[in-house]
Design a protein around this ligand. Structure first.
Ligand code: GDP
Length: 296
């Protein structure tokens, strides 16, 4: 189950509301205090939590919720709706270029799951009828090129590489010519990552962006790193202007903070989530389904 402890805590917070025939403001405020603690413990950004709790409380007390026949259920419904809003309301899809190929540039810190996710995304979009080409632009991490080739082989996806002696900008440019020649309508660039954000890395990503004008820049973030992931997202977004986030490792023992904060803090949506180590474990992200999963 995703966000198990958050889900448990929310269930507890709602236990006093559920099934009660009558509620007063105090009941709602008490429950919301529990919700606030649950969200903070899940490592959700403090300001996001504060705003969220205020919105839910105002709605619960303001609309004729408390006078309804099932006030507890109504409050829980409002929490569900506001959690959905927090995560972007509706699904955000990949945008395709009007002229083929569509270029997707993947960015992120080392270990976030970028290379694996390039393969997963290629696989998912191939199933949707695209003809993806994976491109090895990470020439620094010794095993990165080989890793992408192995992923490509497993998924039966073509991989474009020029070894580690050509600059990533030139590799990216050449890959687009290659894609046109071989009729690949989707190019997925696996770029370099580092353990921490640094100037050299950003400069290189900015150069690649300028050289190939990707339709989308997707930032791969490790959900296990919670608020740190959100800080990384803010930084990448300021420097590179990303289009969306792919949140990995949601299958692990992650608390939920990144999933619930990233949209609100950066204004950019989560587009996909990584749900496991297998190359088929990538899903489109639906805010409403995630909210329902969290609320059980
Ligand atoms: P990169 O350095 O960003 O390219 O990261 P990798 O693609 O090499 O992935 C780092 C590790 O994270 C690998 O062991 C992957 O199998 C693992 N990984 C990636 N995505 C997920 C995911 O959604 N769930 C889990 N459990 N592991 C993942």
């Amino acid at each position: 189950m995703v966000f198990e402890s958050l889900a448990d805590r929310l269930q507890n917070a709602f236990s006093n509301l559920r099934g009660k025939g009558k509620l007063n403001e105090k009941d709602v405020k008490e429950a919301m205090r529990e919700v606030k603690l649950a969200l903070l413990e899940a490592d959700v950004n403090y300001k996001v939590v504060k705003d969220f709790v205020k919105t839910v409380t105002d709605r619960a007390i303001g609309e004729d919720v408390l006078k309804s026949l099932t006030p507890g259920q109504q409050v829980i419904k409002i929490v569900n709706e506001e959690l959905t809003n927090l995560m972007g309301k509706t699904q955000s899809k990949i945008e395709y270029a009007s002229q083929s190929p569509t270029i997707l540039m993947m960015a992120g810190l080392q270990g976030a799951g970028k290379t694996t996710t390039c393969g997963k995304l290629g696989h998912l979009l191939k199933k949707a009828g695209k003809r993806p080409l994976l491109v090895a632009c990470d020439i620094y991490r010794p095993a990165a090129i080989k890793q992408l080739q192995v992923v490509g082989e497993k998924l039966d996806l073509p991989v474009f590489t020029m070894g580690d002696k050509v600059s990533p900008v030139d590799i990216a440019k050449a890959s687009i010519e290659h894609a046109k020649k071989y009729n690949n309508d989707l190019v997925i660039l696996d770029t370099a990552g580092r353990l921490h954000i640094d100037e050299t890395l950003m400069a290189e990503l900015i150069d690649i962006k300028a050289a190939v004008d990707p339709k989308e820049i997707l930032l791969v973030l490790d959900a296990m790193t919670g608020q740190d992931a959100v800080n990384v997202a803010e930084h990448f977004n300021t420097q590179l202007e990303i289009n969306g986030v792919i949140l990995t490792k949601l299958d692990g023992d992650t608390r939920g903070g990144a999933a619930l904060s990233v949209r609100s803090v950066t204004g950019k949506p989560i587009k996909f989530v990584g749900m496991g180590e297998k190359l088929t474990d990538l899903e489109e992200f639906y805010p409403d389904r995630m909210a329902s999963r969290i609320l059980g």
